[in-house]
Design a protein around this ligand. Structure first.
Ligand code: ADP
Ligand code: MG
Length: 598
């Protein structure tokens, strides 16, 4: 007796549903994608009990004919492709023809739909793949689908659902993935009869603001910078977060051809561009949209279509890395805006870089490390090693918007700075009260000066009377051999004693009486984390570590002379509001904010 037979559709559909519809969120995704594929401009999503009892999507798209709506619930029924080749020119979200049959296999579906050319619409009700009702109905053009009691007939699956709170969060995540790529479509989200989201049509950026800016009282997108690059192969555009806005719960999104995707490999590219700009536990936000010819990607490797394979993965990786770097570079050269207040442009305090002078300008009177002496300096910027860190486009400065260079002067000599709490320096300025973090200010200054020294090959080394011995682990040894030149350029003079032992004969002058051993271990550890092989990246990492080790600590009382010295060096930098690791150095308490307190 033959034993192989075909599964009844209802069973096959339930099995397929296991892959496509794991939870309310995946169901929502499929429904909304269908509405988008149908050309809808307004989409209303209604959920009840985190999608357990009801998931409803109402659209004003094309609608379906009486026959089509019946067909739509058959397996592999789709209007979107008809030949295998069509997969390579795909411009729709759906194509597998699996969603509706899967959904109707595990729930009670009621759908009303009408095309513009039809007088009346069709109402169809299907419970667990069984059609229980079909009749003509009156309804607006478009489709209104209700999915009720998801998994009502599969108790095991229902048990797998998480708490309402978690499922609701999943729903919103899925909703966001979609609305972010369709900013021109109006979306409304109704949760248990309450409108929780009303997104009006606009630009990408406005949509991001609508989704993530709400409720925080400040602009989310002002913390983002644009990225853009275009080649034959791919267009990459979007927005990346300024380093100082990095946090533990960043918003990170990749989209390709109007579809959200996960891409761990490209994620790495973005992170490497931020290398050294962020403390280890913080992450940048990003919203990056790829546009590629559909024949260069494969969307079909997973039923939920979020894992996408690129044919030119490595080339795209490189382009992504380069474009993110470039934008970070621009941002770091550009005077920073204050993100705390929306729409208001905060002027930098001293004259910034004159236009179009990308090379380093050497100041012959430049004296790097004398914290005890205050050098009167004109407030023309001199130390210009800063932008080297980020390798910006050479033509960048000339394209600065003019408001960035419209500055006012801060006459340091006329002002008495005040040290507060051994941590902050308070300074009245035209814009309000400046609060300067003394430790960060100092390491920002030191790091810039060290890099300037490296660039000028101006080593400030101090000989050691009683050399310490540095013992390296095999791992440190490899890093050390690679970073030897940079260390030497900073003033470390090491003589090899045995295979992994060195005698420290000279140290950077900046170290003073500090022991060099822990500092060197620390530097090597940081360099090891820098995966970038770019020399500038290494130099920056080494200089930053050294600067942090030697900067004045919190709690140190400073004399007025020391404060003035620090401030004059800080304000001499082309940018100084943020430290090289992205931390805020200067904060402004505006007159408004002060007067509000009274
Ligand atoms: P796919 O989207 O992969 O084609 P689905 O099972 O999601 O498969 O949908 C089957 C078909 O039903 C679609 O190809 C489309 O023609 C039709 N359809 C589904 N939802 C809608 C909708 N909201 N508006 C118009 N047509 C729809
Ligand atoms: Mg679909």
């Amino acid at each position: 007796m033959d034993i192989i037979h075909l599964l009844p559709d209802s069973v096959a559909n339930q099995i397929a549903a296991g892959e496509v519809i794991q939870r309310p969120a995946s169901c929502l995704k499929e429904l909304v994608e269908n509405s988008l594929d149908a050309g809808a401009r307004h989409i209303r999503v209604i959920i009840r009990d985190a999608g357990r009892t009801l998931l409803q999507v109402v659209d004003d798209g094309s609608g379906m004919s009486e026959t089509d709506v019946r067909m739509a619930f058959e397996r592999h029924a789709t209007s979107k492709i008809s030949r295998a080749e069509d997969l390579f020119t795909l411009r729709t979200m759906g194509f597998r023809g699996e969603a509706l049959p899967s959904i109707c296999a595990v729930s009670q579906v009621e759908i009303m739909t009408r095309r513009a050319e039809d007088e009346v619409g069709t109402l169809l009700e299907i419970h667990g793949s069984e059609v229980v009702r079909q009749e003509i109905c009156e309804c607006p053009v478009g489709t209104n689908i209700k999915v009720k009691n998801l998994f009502y007939n599969i108790p095991v699956r229902r048990k797998f659902l998480k708490t309402d709170q978690t499922e609701r969060r999943n729903l919103i995540t899925e909703f966001n993935h979609i609305v972010l790529v369709y900013p021109h479509v109006q979306f409304t989200l109704v949760d248990n009869d309450e409108i929780v989201s009303e997104l009006t049509p606009g630009t990408d950026k406005q949509r991001i603001e609508q989704v993530f800016g709400k409720g925080t009282g400040r602009s989310f997108t002002s913390g983002l910078v644009d990225i853009h690059t275009e080649t034959e192969m791919v267009t990459i555009r979007g927005f990346i977060g300024k380093p100082e806005l990095a946090n533990r719960q960043p918003q990170q999104f990749f989209f390709v051809n109007g579809r959200y995707m996960r891409h761990p490999y490209f994620h790495k590219a973005v992170l490497s561009a931020y290398q050294g700009l962020l403390p280890g536990d913080l992450n940048p936000s990003y919203f990056i949209y790829f546009d590629v010819n559909p024949d260069r990607i494969d969307v079909n490797i997973h039923p939920t279509k979020t894992e996408i394979k690129f044919a030119d993965e490595q080339a795209v990786f490189q382009m992504l890395l380069a474009t993110v770097r470039e934008s970070l570079g621009k941002f770091n050269v550009a005077p920073s805006l204050d993100f705390d207040r929306e729409g208001e442009l905060e002027m930098p305090l001293v004259s910034s870089i004159p236009a179009a002078t990308p090379q380093i300008v050497v100041d012959p009177t430049y004296t790097p490390f004398h914290p005890q002496t205050y050098h009167r300096q004109s407030y023309e910027p001199k130390v210009q090693g800063w932008e080297q860190l980020y390798e910006p486009q050479p033509d960048f400065k000339s394209s600065q918007p003019s408001e960035d260079t419209a500055l006012f002067n801060l006459d340091l000599e006329a002002i008495v700075p005040y040290q507060y709490d051994g941590r902050y320096i308070l300074l009245p300025a035209q814009e309000g009260l400046l609060i300067i973090n003394q430790h960060r200010a100092h390491y920002t200054v030191l790091c810039a000066e060290l890099l300037e020294n490296i660039a000028q090959q101006h080593t400030l080394m101090q000989q050691v009377l009683f050399p310490e011995v540095l013992e390296l682990t095999p791992e440190e040894q490899t890093v050390f051999l690679d970073a030897k030149d940079e260390l030497q350029a900073l003033g470390f003079n090491l003589e090899q004693l045995s295979i992994r032992e060195y005698s420290i004969m000279g140290i950077p002058a900046i170290l003073g009486a500090n022991s060099a051993v822990p500092v060197l271990h620390n530097i090597l550890a940081h360099v090891r984390e820098t995966q970038s092989s770019a020399r500038t990246e290494w130099q920056k990492q080494i200089a930053l570590t050294l600067a942090k080790e030697t900067a004045i600590p919190y709690g140190k009382q400073l004399s007025e002379v020391e404060i003035r010295d620090l401030l004059s060096r800080l304000f001499n930098l082309p940018t100084y509001r943020f430290a090289p690791d992205g931390k805020r150095v200067v904060s402004v308490l505006s007159d408004d904010e002060i007067s509000k307190r009274f």
